[in-house]
Design a protein around this ligand. Structure first.
Ligand code: PEP
Ligand code: MG
Length: 754
């Protein structure tokens, strides 16, 4: 049964559209269970009904026409209860409904299972038997498991709009793909698919003009792979058994057999670019093998795919894809990376949609820094099929509309216009101080470093740099940057903002920021070798960086150094000693360096409890709410599946912040917040109420936060904070703060439009 299940899911996932996917499901299930009828009903919330979407056994003309009203019939009962229903004699059940449009005879055996995605019932999968039949436990679990696995494939096919001529097509346009808010704002634009090199499955379809050149490039890549294989074969001949080496013969044979090559060339000649044509023909070949009963032959499918990747690598290295980014590019991908983001010219990027990740992924942080709306964790995103599609994205609510209906488009055009007005209004606060209505100043600082945001700056609206992430120069190279290179980088930042303070954070690699040349292979990277843990294990990396920081600050004296991922006092003691050592060495070498202020990030729960001991040792503390939330709530900040429960407005986070401030006050140390919470207008009032000393955020949030600061008094902020601290969950806090901002006419800061 398990094997059949895998096969069905695999075939369905590969189906080009929903219609084909559903037809496949019903006929394969009917065969597997040996029943008389198998049907799928999909929930149509607008029509308040379950529509027959596919059937094997009932009249085909009824597909798309027959609908069972919500709350009635056995299908309705399965959906309402979200549970399987197994009846040997259905007509005796009080909820039995006889449908005549399908020319149904009275079926007796009935088994229905819900198809559920994210707690929503998408539809019901039903099998029926003419005579009485009690389906076995095995059959029930088979169908049940299938229902759970199909939900993803169904949502993906629905969302991609492939059902233009399909069953539920009439709702098309108003349907959106749900993800998580990544960066606020709304955008209308065209999809450009970001894909990883040599990732065949992620290659989008793309049209090509110069067919001959594309064919030539493809043939050259095939030739290069043949050479590689022959070389590999002779090199390994002495080392591995002949049977294993035979793999190379098999691969060479596949390449030489020409069907793969001719098919790909034919596809290119039809106008498809070489990587897209390759993906299609490799898929087709692999599927032939995958559908074979013989286990050995089935395994060959992975060889075909391997061959595909090899050819692709050559194709890409010979002609790196030059992409024509439209002026309204919405970058779409399975897992959009910071580097892919950086490849798009900033003036052409209007949005980002990523199937993976959450609002605290670094890509989302970058998007906010750039003021570009983003939707993260759109798990059912059919990324490969989004190329050149018109998209509307709503970064407030985490929605993506694919090929939107005119009414949706018009609504979002209005939102976008209102947003421009709102931004203009916020911009009018430039030059005004960030202080509450009762005159208390809240210094606003900038987070920078991931990209070169300095271009958009050059105003007096921020009091300095509260977090300079130093990882980027380390990430874009093929080795650790030399001390002199680092000096130049840091000097540029320190000089640009002097005399304002610039807090340089020491290297925070590991977690979701691995270095290509320093692989850290771990099961749980966020609980592993990360931040100062790497620095302590490799003092040479840390010392080089600190030396560069100190040298860069000579004569400027606006440097402060911040240590990430601190979880114990011993780490601080040791790192301080290293900083002192770098300082003394430089003095000896004749550099006029001075000792900077040193601070720690509070982003691990243990640091919250140790805040007094830590404060005693340093000059300032800064709360990294992104990681603190991740570790307090035990929710991976990049995992789309749990993104819904990652919430930095959680009362536990607020209470931890309160404790941090209380602890740091014992030694009179200033407390800043530099996680994304600091740039969230919904949290500003709470942070004012807590009495934090500074807020450090992305450039894109600055004016909005200033607007909030200037709209509330500290006494009002304290009242709101005290109420929020008593709340039990993040949703409650969120609704409460939305109300507070709405009362001040600031609703446009957290929802589309005004
Ligand atoms: C944080 O964790 O809140 C933080 C500011 O650091 P990063 O997002 O770079 O991990
Ligand atoms: Mg962090």
């Amino acid at each position: 049964m398990l094997e059949t299940l895998h096969r069905i899911v695999k075939e369905v996932s590969a189906a080009p559209d929903l219609h084909k996917a559903l037809s496949l499901i019903v006929s394969l299930v009917k065969q597997a269970i040996r029943c008389d009828v198998c049907s799928v009903y999909l929930t149509d919330p607008d029509a308040r009904a379950y529509v027959l979407a596919a059937t094997d056994g009932l009249r085909q003309e009824a597909v798309g026409k027959v609908s069972l009203p919500l709350g009635r019939g056995l299908v309705g009962l399965v959906a309402e209860r979200s549970e399987p229903l197994n009846l040997s004699d259905a007509p005796t059940h009080p909820r039995y409904l006889h449908v005549t449009e399908t020319e149904e005879i009275h079926y007796h055996g009935f088994l229905g299972v819900p198809i559920i995605q994210n707690r929503k019932v998408l539809g019901v999968l039903v099998v029926r038997q003419e005579v009485e039949r009690e389906f076995s436990d095995d059959e029930v679990t088979f169908l049940f498991t299938l229902g759970a696995q199909l939900a993803g494939a169904i949502t993906a096919a629905q969302a991609s709009g492939e059902l233009d001529n399909g069953v539920v097509g009439r709702q098309r346009g108003a349907r959106y793909l749900a993800g998580r808010p990544g960066s606020p704002g709304v955008s209308i634009g065209r999809g450009v698919v970001a894909f990883r090199l040599a990732d065949l499955a992620a290659i989008p379809d793309r049209a090509v003009n110069d067919v001959d050149a594309e064919v030539a490039a493809f043939r050259a890549a095939v030739g290069a792979v043949e050479d590689d294989l022959r070389r590999l074969k002779s090199r390994l001949a002495a080392e591995i058994p002949a049977e294993d080496n035979a793999l190379f013969d098999a691969l060479l044979l596949m390449l030489g057999s020409d069907t793969l090559v001719t098919q790909t060339v034919a596809l290119i000649e039809q106008g498809q670019w070489a990587p897209g044509a390759l993906r299609q023909s490799i898929d087709a070949h692999a599927q032939v093998f995958e559908s074979m009963e013989d286990v050995y032959l089935r395994e060959r499918a992975s060889d075909v795919r391997d061959l595909g990747r090899r050819i692709l690598t050559h194709l890409q290295s010979d002609s790196p894809p030059t992409i024509d980014y439209p002026a309204d590019t919405i970058l779409v991908g399975e897992e959009v990376s910071a580097v892919q983001l950086a490849e798009v010219p900033a003036d052409r990027l209007v949005g980002i949609v990523s199937a993976d990740g959450s609002s605290s992924s670094h890509v989302a942080i970058l998007a906010r820094a750039m003021g570009v709306p983003a939707v993260m964790g759109a798990t059912n995103l059919p990324a490969g099929r989004m190329e050149d599609r018109e998209l509307v994205i709503d970064g407030y609510r985490g929605r993506v509309y694919i090929s939107p209906a005119p009414s949706v488009r018009a609504e979002y055009e209005r939102f976008a216009e209102e947003e421009r007005e709102l931004t203009a209004e916020a911009e009018s606060l430039r030059g005004l101080p960030a202080e509450s209505t009762d005159g208390v100043a809240f210094p606003l600082l900038l987070n920078t470093g991931l990209i070169n945001e300095t271009a958009q700056l050059g105003n007096d609206d921020f009091a300095g740099i509260g977090l300079y992430r130093t990882e980027l120069p380390f990430m874009v190279r093929d080795r650790f940057p030399a001390e002199s290179v680092q000096v130049m980088n840091y000097r540029r930042a320190l000089e640009a903002f002097a005399p304002r303070p610039v807090i340089l954070r020491t290297l925070d690699i590991g977690g979701d920021k691995p270095l290509p040349y320093f692989p850290i292979d771990e099961q749980n990277p966020f609980l592993g070798w990360r931040g100062v843990r790497v620095s302590l294990a490799h003092p040479e990396i840390f010392l080089t960086q600190v030396r560069a920081m100190l040298r860069a600050a000579v004569d400027l004296n606006n440097l402060q150094i911040m240590l990430p991922m601190i979880s114990s006092v011993a780490e601080v003691d040791e790192l301080k000693m290293l900083i002192k050592r770098a300082h003394d060495e430089l003095l000896e070498e004749g550099y006029a360096v001075s000792m900077p202020h040193i601070g720690v990030m509070i982003e691990v729960p243990s640091a919250v409890y140790l805040v007094e001991e830590l404060s005693r040792r340093v000059d300032f503390v800064s709360v990294g709410t992104n990681d603190l939330t991740q570790y307090l709530l035990a929710v991976d900040r990049n995992n789309a599946r749990v993104a819904e429960i990652y919430d930095d407005l959680h009362p536990a986070v607020l209470r931890a912040l309160e404790q941090v401030i209380r602890g740091a006050r014992v030694f009179n140390r200033p407390v800043g917040v530099c996680g994304e919470l600091a740039g969230n207008p919904m949290a500003t009032v709470l942070l004012m109420g807590l009495g934090v000393d500074s807020l450090s955020m992305s450039a894109g949030s600055l004016m909005k936060v200033k607007w909030v600061v200037r709209s509330f008094s500290v006494s009002r902020a304290r009242q709101l904070l005290h109420a929020a601290l008593r709340m039990e969950d993040a949703q409650q806090v969120r609704r409460f703060m939305e109300g507070a901002l709405d009362d001040m006419g600031l609703g446009g800061l957290f929802r589309p439009g005004r």
